[in-house]
Design a protein around this ligand. Structure first.
Ligand code: PEP
Ligand code: MN
Length: 667
């Protein structure tokens, strides 16, 4: 039984709950997941659940129907997010895909260093490698032991990546503690209960592999051992189970991913390498795992797999791993996630932390400020915000797009997130126009979110009871085909999709539905009448991250800081290079051109001649100048050449040239 405590319970009330349970024959233990505090009560005690539930500071009593309690979704409905490493930068779970990579075993100082560098370059955020290897044959390479761990730590420090490594015996756990950031419990040891108790008690994050013959329930009970012993950070890893099939090393149990994700709140990752055991099949299995909802992967990579001392045949060449990472990046938005990249969750977030920390008006106070979005909880914009800044970032809701620009300009928000374009319905012109009205606001990041629309209504409603549908006009536009099948429905426009859902929750009418995302339905406890009603499933909205420009051009990347108009100095490029953020590879501009033949062509030619790829060109009427137009342009920033000089040249050929910002584009 788990007693979930309210977030602000006093130490005295907490002790009263403990005493109450102990007096009735239970063994009690404290547990925390994120902000949630709980008390686990084990044993055959007798208790009046109603009375227990009424004790001060008790939020609810979760008497789970499963033999595992701490690991159960019934105890905690939200996904747990596990933070790894000294800074806690590397997170597993939630809206991200986290990739762990490295060799099967640490073989030498050079081998682990080279592998770490290669996998980090491709985007892995955690380094794996065994120093103690549980091998089937006693004559096979058993690992370098403590020496191997030291080599690994050295490599990991050089590459700023935390480590995950296998612990094979309770005696070794304490010695290994300071040399690793996350313990791995290998498949063969999944039910080594003494090991689980010892490792769990050390409180470090643990990657728990599924035993080759373990059922899902046995696996979750092993996770329970770790949680009951004291750690709150457990990540489950499916790595293939033993079946009658012998072609592959094991059989990857893809179905275990959605099964475990519904039974447990713990993150689930997949090890495709040990699952299939054949290099050429690893990437397909990895992508299947991501499609099935895995929170990440652990992949064996070796610079020279043919010379590897263990598991060479299943280890990817670094080039294959790089290709796999690119494929994951493309797949991630389809499953509503983003690939976690080093060193920060997102370069735009990195840019902010930088501008927050260094800017004259900012300091630490700035990074503590919220990020603004338009809408209510569960809005798509909120999901985009979380994608860029992480779950813990404070957010503030405003009731219009203009409100986002105002909050960022006044400084009540350190950044804002604004939708600018949808792949089905086109540009959100209101926001493009706002960029022109707010010259002190710059674009510093971009994120693309897959938009799946649902028809959402109250518990009593069904498809036949609906006569009115509410949404943002963009929601209607993206679901045109579906709405055309219901011509009698009256459409009512709202400020945003989540607000439409909120109004239904408040009013409770059975004839009104909303078009919005599933997250908004969940926030308000409403019913989804139909999921996936957008006209085409390839429906993405592009959000831009905005920030205020600072008057001191010396700090932060261009766009986030610097001159209020486009300065176009080499200093901008240097600022980026020294900001610790990834170099921007995309820029947005607005300009108009003189009214004479070939003037737009001249601008396009400058871009073409300098290798700037145009990803958007759109014309918009200029306010107050009938039949005159300005152009919205998105261009790539090439690796080579001086982009800022090209911008200066472009400026001479245009009128009203406005540089909106340089940032890292998302796929
Ligand atoms: C490993 O990850 O190196 C390993 C030995 O995996 P498993 O325990 O899944 O066989
Ligand atoms: Mn291995």
């Amino acid at each position: 039984m788990i007693v979930v405590l309210s977030k602000n319970i006093s130490a005295r009330d907490k002790e009263l709950v403990r005493v109450y349970l102990r007096d009735r024959g239970f063994a009690v233990r404290d547990q925390r997941f994120g902000d949630d505090q709980m008390i686990g009560a084990a044993g055959k005690g007798l208790v009046d659940l109603r009375e227990l539930g009424l004790l001060p500071g008790v939020e609810r009593v979760a008497a789970t129907s499963k033999p595992y309690e701490l690991a159960s979704r019934e105890t905690r409905a939200e996904d747990s997010i596990v933070s790894v490493g000294e800074t806690g930068n590397v997170k597993i779970g939630g809206a991200r895909i986290t990739v762990i990579a490295g060799p099967c075993a640490v073989e030498s100082r050079e081998q682990i260093r080279e592998t770490a560098e290669r996998v980090r370059e491709s985007g892995a955020v955690l380094l794996r490698g065994g120093a103690y290897k549980p091998r089937t044959s006693p004559y096979a390479f058993q690992g370098l032991g403590m020496k191997g761990l030291e080599y690994m730590k050295e490599a990991a420090e050089a590459c700023a990546m935390p480590i995950v490594t296998e612990v094979v015996s309770p005696e070794l756990a304490l010695d290994m503690k300071d040399l690793t950031d996350m313990f791995q419990i290998g498949a063969r040891n999944m039910q080594n209960f003494e090991l689980l108790k010892k490792v769990g008690a050390l409180g470090k994050p643990v990657l728990l592999k599924r035993g080759p013959s373990a059922t899902v329930e046995e696996w979750l009970l092993s996770a329970e051992y770790l949680l009951a012993a004291g750690t709150k950070d457990v990540v489950l890893c499916e790595r293939g189970i033993r079946t009658f099939e012998t072609y592959t090393r094991n059989t990857l149990d893809i179905s275990a991913i959605p099964v475990v994700k519904s039974l447990s709140h713990l993150p689930v990752i997949v090890d495709p390498s040990h699952a299939v055991g054949i290099r050429a099949k690893v990437s397909s299995a990895a992508l299947a795992a991501i499609a099935a909802g895995a929170d990440g992967l652990t992949v064996e990579v070796h610079p020279r797999p043919d010379d590897a001392l263990s598991d060479g045949p299943q280890s990817l060449y670094p080039e294959q791993f790089e290709k796999l990472m690119r494929d994951i990046e493309a797949l991630a938005p389809v499953v509503g996630k983003e690939l976690l990249r080093t060193p920060q969750p997102n370069p735009s977030a990195a840019a902010f932390r930088k501008s927050g920390a260094d800017s004259p008006g900012g300091g630490a106070a700035l990074s503590a400020k919220p990020v603004a979005y338009n809408g209510e909880s569960g809005a798509f914009a909120e999901q985009a915000l979380v994608r860029v800044f992480g779950e813990e970032t404070p957010r503030t809701q405003v009731q219009s797009f203009r409100g986002i620009f105002d909050a960022v300009l006044e400084g009540s928000a350190r950044a804002g997130i604004v939708p600018v374009e949808n792949s089905l319905a086109g540009s959100v012109h209101e926001n493009y126009d706002l960029f022109l009205r707010y010259p002190d606001i710059a674009i510093v990041g971009e994120v693309k979110l897959r938009i799946v629309h649902c028809l959402i209504a109250g518990k009593r409603a069904d498809m036949d009871s609906i006569s009115t549908v509410r949404s943002h006009p963009q929601g209607f536009a993206q679901c045109r085909d579906f709405l055309d099948k219901h011509p009698s429905w009256v459409l009512e426009a709202c400020n945003n999709t989540a607000a439409a859902v909120g109004s239904i929750a408040r009013e409770g009418a059975a004839n009104v539905a909303a078009i919005a995302g599933a997250a908004a339905a969940k926030v308000h406890g409403l019913k989804i009448l139909k999921e996936g009603i957008e006209t085409n499933p390839l429906n993405y909205t592009r959000f831009l991250v905005i920030s205020r420009k600072f008057s001191d051009g010396a700090s932060g990347p261009p766009g986030a800081a610097g001159d209020t108009t486009f300065a176009g100095t080499a200093g901008d490029a240097e600022a980026w290079a020294s900001s610790g953020s990834e170099k921007p590879d995309k820029a947005s501009l607005v300009f108009s051109v003189p009214d004479k033949p070939g003037s737009l062509f001249a601008c396009l030619k400058i871009m073409a001649d300098n290798g700037l790829n145009l990803s958007k060109l759109e014309s918009r009427p200029i306010e107050g100048k009938p039949w005159e137009y300005q152009f919205y342009v998105d261009v790539s920033i090439p690796e080579q050449g001086d982009f800022f000089t090209v911008m200066e040249e472009l400026k001479t050929r245009t009128e009203d040239f406005r540089f909106l910002g340089a940032y890292r584009g998302s796929l």
